[in-house]
Ligand binder design. Structure first.
Ligand SMILES: Cc1ncc(COP(=O)(O)O)c(C=O)c1O
Length: 389
């Protein structure tokens, strides 16, 4: 006798990945702040068939190995790539693999970042020390960090963050590392497009909301083969060619299914990059008459990222957010009021943070997507016109 099948779960509407924050009474079709788009099923299928044939599903299978090679090919020869389940893990494991002194030691990071940067520091057994950013680049400035002088002795590493995908001056950071002896790890989570240099270890996110997404994923890029090996050990229980755990570690490996999506995404990347550029340039052109809306330098003309964070007149972000919401245009303060303001990090060491506080009140993530169309752009511009007067 056939056993009764369990009842199917109740049908619920699929939760949008980025739930819109729209005011009651706003136009019925909101302009969402993001509309991630990963490769379609047909593009992934040939790679899924390879998984079926190989019957190799995880643990450094051929698809992930080939994907790491394709990622390495974007960097100078000799660059090592270590993939991980997400960028937060890659940052954490890189900090652990850097053999920094643990306990009572501080890692300097910008207060103007996503909370993942600080979470990674704590997960690695270290302590966040928030420092302010430069008002023009929105990023840590190596000269300001160096100006901490003798207090730098309290730090064991620095994590500059590529703000929303913009590349900091890596030469200046290498010079900082040489001059101070403090190791530098770059959080380049949103900088898939702009990161081309792995002389400082750098971490990129492959989350669905990034320009090249797998759903969840990330990688470390480094020219330091030993560091890459230690991070690889960290992703795999400390195993290498034996069942002996060489170091305390975790499991942060990518499955072959993520590798399949990664290959399809990389196949589509040259065309997708142009699409991101086109969307950004359409938005920039539509806002030419609004000089008070400031784009990051080179955004959409020299480099691409999946978010559009703009600078607005000082202190106006809360008002603009409300006004756009009334017009059905969703926005996001991607980094909230600054990482240091999150409950989890309120007790952490910090310098004075006036620039971060000002950025939190004067920057805003506008709707942006690879296929942002003229109609949505028209609504964004009209809503900004109304908000800014
Ligand atoms: C600056 C920064 N660091 C780290 C991360 C974490 O990336 P992931 O979601 O892959 O863990 C993000 C995610 O957006 C980020 O913006």
């Amino acid at each position: 006798m056939a056993l009764p099948l369990p009842a199917p779960p109740p049908q619920t509407e699929a939760a949008p990945q980025i739930a819109p924050q729209i005011a009651p009474g706003a136009p019925s079709r909101p302009v969402p702040v993001a509309r991630p788009r990963l490769p379609e099923a047909e593009a992934v299928l040939p790679y899924l068939r390879r998984i079926d044939e190989a019957r190799w599903y995880s643990n450094f299978g051929p698809l992930v190995a080939e994907m790491e090679q394709r990622l390495a090919d974007r960097f100078p020869a000799g660059t090592r790539i270590v993939t991980t389940t997400n960028a937060t893990q890659a940052l954490t494991l890189a900090l652990k693999a850097m053999d920094l002194p643990v306990g009572g030691q501080y890692v300097i990071l910008p207060a103007w970042t996503f909370v993942a940067t600080a979470h990674a520091v704590v997960q690695a057994g270290l302590k966040p020390w928030f420092v302010d950013v430069d008002p023009d680049t929105w990023m840590l400035d190596p000269a300001s960090v160096a100006a901490l002088g003798a207090r730098l002795r309290d730090a064991c590493a620095v994590i500059p963050v590529a703000a929303f995908g913009q590349m900091p001056n890596l030469g200046a950071w290498r010079a900082f590392q040489d001059a101070t002896g403090l190791p530098v790890l770059l959080d380049a989570a949103a900088a898939f497009d702009t990161l081309k240099d792995a002389r400082l270890p750098a971490v990129v996110s492959l989350h669905a909301t990034k320009v090249l997404g797998l759903g969840e994923g990330g990688f470390l890029a480094t020219d330091d083969a030993q560091l890459a090996h230690r991070v690889y050990l960290q992703t795999n229980f400390g195993f290498h060619n034996s069942r002996d755990s060489q170091v305390t570690a975790t499991n942060a490996k990518l499955s072959e299914y993520a590798g399949a999506v990664g290959h399809a995404a990389l196949d589509g990347w040259p065309a997708d990059r142009l699409r991101w550029m086109r969307a950004a340039q359409m938005l920039r052109i539509a806002l030419i008459g609004r000089p008070e809306v400031k784009f990051q330098e080179g955004w959409g003309s020299e480099w691409v990222t999946s978010v559009c964070t703009v600078g607005l007149p000082a202190g106006s972000a809360p008002h603009v957010t409300r006004s756009l919401r009334e017009d059905g245009v969703d926005t996001r303060a991607w980094w909230g009021e600054g990482c240091h303001r999150s409950t989890a990090f309120t007790d952490c060491r910090r310098e004075a943070l006036p620039v971060t506080e000002a950025l939190a009140a004067s920057t805003l993530g506008l709707p942006f997507a690879i296929d942002l169309d003229a109609q949505d752009i028209g609504r964004i511009v009209a809503a900004l016109d109304r908000a800014l007067g």
